[in-house]
Write a protein that binds this ligand. Structure first.
Ligand SMILES: Cc1cc2nc3c(=O)[nH]c(=O)nc-3n(C[C@H](O)[C@H](O)[C@H](O)COP(=O)(O)O)c2cc1C
Length: 364
């Protein structure tokens, strides 16, 4: 991975994978979970086996409220990772996203590195993925449109298509696509004309309640808030900029390392606009997930820890997922609930920085 002979999108994606696994790529401020406490119920009256983690997402029933978040595809190293992640999604009844499919739209020979997900997990809820920045004219490179989105869906027989919003990353990335005008229209067209639901997905800078409402009005069916506090693409692109000696990327990556709306705050903002919310960004445990559900999330998304486990093998993936679900089930029970969604109406205490964010953005 990170083979300097592979070029363009393909090489960049391999480098993201390598840096995410091997380097400290999370910021210092955190996603906000540490500021949130769920309240113990001393008389729970729910048996652990009664706790039902099943959830409905966009008309489909999942055994657990967890999405393996979009990561990879488009280079040979991705084939094995996507295969392992898809086996885990299948075994545990999780949803699974693939990484940006642009590479395979440009070079169809790479399609198998994504299609492996559907082939391995025929019954899973699979989410395709394209970048919003590529849907508008960047002045160079091919602009993607409706036909490309349909091809991306077809490639993995996707149940939904995520359009990722990554303008923080594009801003720092040495070769980033930095134009943003026209993005709302492009999303609206896809939401209107694609046969599958569109998910708007931030990738580490989060979103406000106003943006969440706007995306809903554009026809998006679900929101992946992708808040700050988990894998941080300003840091990853700064590391790439350092390798390339790109001073601009190094400078911006340093100053924007803590930019963004923490995941907990993004979830609190987006919940209640009327579409399902997926909480991604620094979700590391069943307890973190329970806090996201208390704030209104329908699902949580996890990327980097599952990538690291996938590289160790199927047993490591099983262990990680089983521990996570066991912890979630236990916390749901200890809060006196039988389902994660019931956490929304239980008491919770919110401290510190997260409290400040919520108060000052006017989220009750
Ligand atoms: C190696 C790597 C590649 C990623 N590639 C994509 C991508 O192509 N499209 C996308 O929407 N998100 C991508 N992401 C972002 C994740 O889906 C997720 O939003 C982010 O990593 C935060 O989750 P985490 O803190 O659990 O890692 C990628 C993440 C990683 C670690």
């Amino acid at each position: 991975m990170g083979d300097p002979t592979v070029s363009g999108v393909e090489g960049r994606k391999a480098e993201h994978l390598e840096l995410s696994v091997n380097e400290p790529v999370e910021g210092a401020s955190g996603p906000g979970w540490a500021d949130i406490e769920l309240v113990h119920e001393a008389l729970p009256e729910v048996d652990l086996e009664e706790v039902d983690l099943g959830v409905e997402l966009l008309g489909r029933r999942l055994r657990a409220p967890v999405m393996i978040a979009a990561m990879t595809g488009g280079h040979e190293g991705a084939l094995e990772v996507n295969g392992a992640l898809a086996r885990a999604a299948s075994r545990h009844g999780l949803a699974i996203g693939v990484g940006s499919q642009r590479a395979a739209l440009q070079d169809p020979e790479l399609a198998h590195t994504y299609a492996v997900v559907r082939e391995t997990a025929p019954d899973a809820f699979v989410v395709g993925n394209l970048g919003a920045a590529q849907l508008i004219d960047q002045g160079a490179g091919r602009q993607l449109g409706l036909a490309d989105a349909r091809a991306a869906v077809e490639m993995v027989r996707a149940d939904a298509l995520a359009i990722h919003l990554n303008f923080l990353e594009e801003s720092v990335q040495p070769e980033g696509d930095r134009r943003t005008r026209g993005i709302a229209n492009a999303i609206e067209t896809l939401a209107e004309r694609l046969a599958v639901p569109v998910i708007a997905k931030e990738t580490g800078a989060g979103m406000t309640r106003a943006t969440a409402s706007r995306l809903r009005d554009l026809g998006v069916s679900a929101l992946d808030v992708g808040g700050s506090g988990g894998t941080n693409f300003a840091i990853i692109e700064r590391m790439r900029a350092e390798r390339q000696g790109d001073d601009r990327g190094i400078r911006l990556g340093r100053s924007l390392a803590e930019w963004g709306i923490p995941t907990a705050v993004s979830v609190a903002g987006a919940s209640g606009v009327g579409v399902p919310v997926i909480a991604t960004g620094g979700v590391r445990s069943g307890l973190d997930a329970a806090k996201a559900f208390a704030l209104g999330a329908t699902m949580v998304g996890v990327a980097r820890p599952l990538l690291q486990a996938a590289l160790e093998g199927d047993d490591a993936l099983d262990r990680w997922i089983e521990n996570f679900l066991e912890e979630l089930r236990t916390v749901v029970m200890l809060a006196g609930c039988a389902r994660p969604a019931e956490l929304r109406v239980r008491p919770r205490v919110i401290h510190g920085r997260t409290r400040d964010w919520l108060d000052q953005l006017g989220y009750a």
